[in-house]
Ligand binder design. Structure first.
Ligand SMILES: Cc1cc2nc3c(=O)[nH]c(=O)nc-3n(C[C@H](O)[C@H](O)[C@H](O)COP(=O)(O)O)c2cc1C
Length: 354
């Protein structure tokens, strides 16, 4: 059945007024205590005509922070900041879920509070560098391998963050399970060289992300939990010996949970057709991210492949992207230099079409 991007849809318990989803985008503009500010409220309010906003990645704990100035979702101050964001989005008729993102080894201590640690499945430093306000470009930290008896505590961080998300008024939560961050580090052979129940065999490597989904679903209900994947994505020095096999098994295991949606990033260079994989092994609602330009981006919905399509960069310069797409208005570019800078410039000062 073909549908248009502008028709409503349900993703589990999430009722969207259209099928244009704002993809999660880190913008590095949280305030003191890694809490959202009034400026963040403005940014999300301006973009609330999306059928669903997926928030920028939010760390479930201070250890989970990787980049500078990213918001958290574990303290009372952060919950209060996010409450103002979700209230503003809801007042505009929008929906918003929190993307929970623990960076694991993709981090520098320069970006974190004193007393925090950079942890990962194995003590293997990622190749490459990361920006910090304090010292510019720096090597990624050498992570400390989590002890087996510490892993339940990290899972509990996701449970707590999900509770905080509900308290803050989010409509749901999304597990960030790609792009080289902690769940992907556990899934992948290159980053997981553990010899306990969380490493080695495929079943063991699936254990951590599945435990995360379980606690997120226990708190929010699985019909308010989504998961984002991109098999074969080498971003952040990630390597897996068999991404198709790993993600097929992950989806087989997630399928009976009844998640609200699976959010897939198409990445043909990774060697896996993620839409075909999802159709075969997941079967539920799909949100596709296609590196789409907003002109042709409706294809996964019009062909019946997906329930919704997510757009990232299109929303940066076009807070009213939905209207521009509906009316065929020109799209404004965005300024790369201000993607992660502090302050409103290049963040809340992009105008709507007149
Ligand atoms: C500035 C920026 C920040 C991003 N941050 C995140 C993030 O926090 N979590 C995530 O899953 N993806 C993140 N992404 C990836 C986007 O969600 C999206 O997949 C990507 O931009 C491709 O979609 P597009 O072509 O519509 O922009 C980010 C992308 C950009 C441009």
């Amino acid at each position: 059945m073909s549908a248009s991007l502008f028709e409503p849809v349900h993703l589990g318990a999430l009722a969207l007024s259209n099928r244009i989803v704002m993809a999660p985008m880190t913008r590095s503009r949280a305030g003191a205590g890694d809490a959202p500010t009034a400026m963040n409220v403005d940014y999300y309010r301006q973009r609330a005509s999306a059928g669903l906003i997926i928030s920028e990645g939010v760390q479930p704990s201070a250890n989970g922070k990787g980049y500078c100035r990213t918001p958290g979702l574990y303290s009372a101050e952060q919950v209060a900041g996010w409450r103002a964001v979700t209230d503003a989005v809801h007042a505009e008729g929008g929906r918003i879920v929190a993307q929970i993102m623990h960076c694991g080894r993709i981090s520098s201590h320069h970006n974190k509070e004193p007393g925090t640690e950079t942890v990962a499945p194995s003590a293997i430093r990622a190749a490459g560098q990361i920006y910090s306000d304090a010292a510019g470009m720096v090597d990624f930290d050498l992570p400390r391998a989590l002890r087996t008896d510490e892993i339940p505590g990290v899972v509990e961080e996701y449970r707590h963050a999900t509770r905080c998300a509900l308290e803050a008024g989010f409509d749901g939560v999304e597990l960030h399970c790609t792009s080289g961050y902690l769940p992907a580090q556990f899934l992948s052979t290159g980053t997981n060289q553990r010899e306990d129940a969380y490493g080695g065999s495929l079943q063991n490597r699936l254990r951590f992300p599945l435990e995360l989904l379980a606690v997120m679903g226990e708190v929010a209900g699985f019909d308010r939990v989504g998961m984002r994947i991109c098999p074969g994505n080498p971003f952040n020095d990630l390597h897996d010996a068999d991404p198709a096999g790993t993600f097929a098994a992950l989806l087989d295991a997630a399928r009976p949970l009844g998640l609200a949606y699976l959010h897939v990033i198409r990445f043909p260079a990774g060697g896996v057709d993620v839409v075909a994989l999802a159709q075969q092994h997941f079967g539920g609602a799909l949100v596709v991210n296609d590196n789409n330009n907003a002109q042709s981006g409706g294809e996964p919905v019009s062909t019946g492949v997906a329930e919704a399509v997510s757009f990232g960069r299109g929303f940066i310069g076009n807070p009213d992207l939905v209207r521009r797409m509906r009316e065929g208005l020109p799209l404004a570019p965005f300024d790369v230099k201000t993607l992660y800078s502090a302050g409103p410039q290049g963040y809340t000062d992009y105008p709507c079409a007149s």
